[in-house]
Design a protein around this ligand. Structure first.
Ligand SMILES: NC(=O)c1ccc[n+]([C@@H]2O[C@H](COP(=O)([O-])OP(=O)(O)OC[C@H]3O[C@@H](n4cnc5c(N)ncnc54)[C@H](O)[C@@H]3O)[C@@H](O)[C@H]2O)c1
Length: 375
């Protein structure tokens, strides 16, 4: 078969124009992931035992892993792509751009380590990879309640598709779960062995129950099919690249303060949340993925609990705003208290948050200041 051959700009390795395999490798030998370097899979083909090829020098000339990040154009996903590329991995970013934005990954376009697919994980995806970070799912209540059935599909059909892909590629998969699996908790702070208190019929159930099913699917694929899974339960995380209109409390407060609008407090403002800066969160996520002993679930969040009133005051102080507070009724099923017990993260991963709220807020305020000035 005649194939066009190009020369890879980084490695000067001649590549096949059709499939981007090295040109000296037959294009149709059915070995699939063999040259997605990092982990060479030990399985057999009609041509012999793939394990023999471990002896072959890496054709790309380096040892990066190929990592699929679903939801990679979102707030957390785009920062994860940055971190993985910075450490030398090859990143496949998949996103349907429901809440993700091209602006979040614009700086990565053209980077030879980065590939972007517009794809919805509710549909089959055939790629080769060594690890999968499954972040695809709208995260803010406004976004996940916009089309609740789609949210459930993403956490169920999408999760099955990603677990099936992990099984086929023998890739390790990390599921970005959430503190919402604890619902409106009766145990405080929340430990991972608490089963939660979720209203299965309420407006948040498409997200909460979807994420609970996703965890269940992970455990079942692990136990029945030996898929290597990892589960983190993310507590409120904030930082630059959060969508200013997604209705999450930090983006709401900061944007209202910067515009000089009243800051909306739901209820009496005594309900609590704990806020983790995005760099800390990404560090915890990568540590769990790369941990060879523990599956999870592991809470990743900041145990420094704040009331909504305290948060509003911190935002006013950081922005220098003259905004007043405006009180509105609490939305249905809004949790009153949320705080992670991070003993597991400390002992299993040696992880704890390092960025104090005032430092993280300053960086986030600066981001929104520039964003609002340019829009
Ligand atoms: N940020 C937080 O505080 C927080 C807390 C708990 C859990 N999480 C979880 O972390 C993950 C990332 O959250 P985020 O804050 O970055 O949210 P985000 O909305 O910014 O990112 C989600 C990304 O997934 C994409 N997406 C949604 N449905 C998809 C689908 N069917 N197929 C492909 N792409 C799809 C969106 O377009 C977006 O880019 C989510 O799974 C969320 O549930 C986040």
């Amino acid at each position: 078969m005649l194939v066009a051959v190009s020369v890879d700009s980084q490695t000067t390795m001649p590549r096949c124009g059709a499939c981007q395999m090295p040109a000296n490798v037959p294009a149709s030998d059915g070995v699939g992931s063999l040259f997605q370097v990092g982990v060479i899979k030990s399985f057999s083909t009609p041509r012999g035992d793939i394990a023999d090829l471990k002896k072959t020098p890496d054709p790309w000339g380096d040892n990066m892993a190929t990592i699929l990040v679903t939801g990679g154009a979102g707030f957390l996903g785009s920062h994860l792509c940055d971190r993985l590329i910075a450490r030398g991995d090859d990143v496949l970013c998949v996103d349907n751009f429901f809440t993700g934005r091209k602006a979040n990954i614009q700086h990565l376009i053209g980077n030879p380590r980065f590939e972007l697919f517009r794809h919805d994980i509710v549909h089959d995806l055939f790629v080769e990879c060594d690890q999968i970070y499954n972040l695809a799912c709208p995260a803010s209540p406004v976004a996940y309640q916009f089309n609740p059935i789609k949210t459930i599909k993403t956490s169920t059909i999408g999760m099955i598709n990603m677990l099936g892909l992990a099984k086929r590629c023998r890739a390790r998969i990390l599921q970005a779960s959430t503190s919402e699996v604890y619902g409106d908790p009766e145990v405080h702070p929340q430990t991972e062995d608490y089963w939660g208190y979720v209203n299965p019929l309420g407006p948040r159930s498409c997200y909460d129950e979807g994420k609970r099913i996703a965890e269940s699917l992970c455990m079942n694929y692990h136990e029945s099919n030996g898929v290597e899974v990892r589960i983190i339960r993310i507590f409120n995380t904030y930082g630059p690249r959060m969508d200013p209109n997604d209705g999450r409390v930090i983006s709401n407060f900061i944007c209202q303060a910067l515009r000089g609008e009243p800051i909306t407090i739901y209820g009496d403002g005594q309900q609590t949340r704990s806020f983790c800066y995005r760099d800390d969160l990404i560090e915890g996520m990568i540590r769990l993925m790369d941990n060879n002993e523990h599956i999870g679930p592991v809470n990743i969040g900041n145990p420094d609990e704040k009331t909504m009133l305290e948060l509003a005051q911190a935002v006013i102080a950081e922005t220098g705003s003259k905004s007043e507070l405006k009180f509105e009724p609490l939305p249905k099923d809004d949790p009153k208290q949320r705080c992670p017990d991070i003993t597991r993260a400390r002992t299993w991963l040696g992880w704890e948050p390092r960025v104090p709220l005032n430092v993280g807020l300053a960086k986030t305020v600066e981001y929104y200041r520039q964003l609002l000035a340019s829009s």
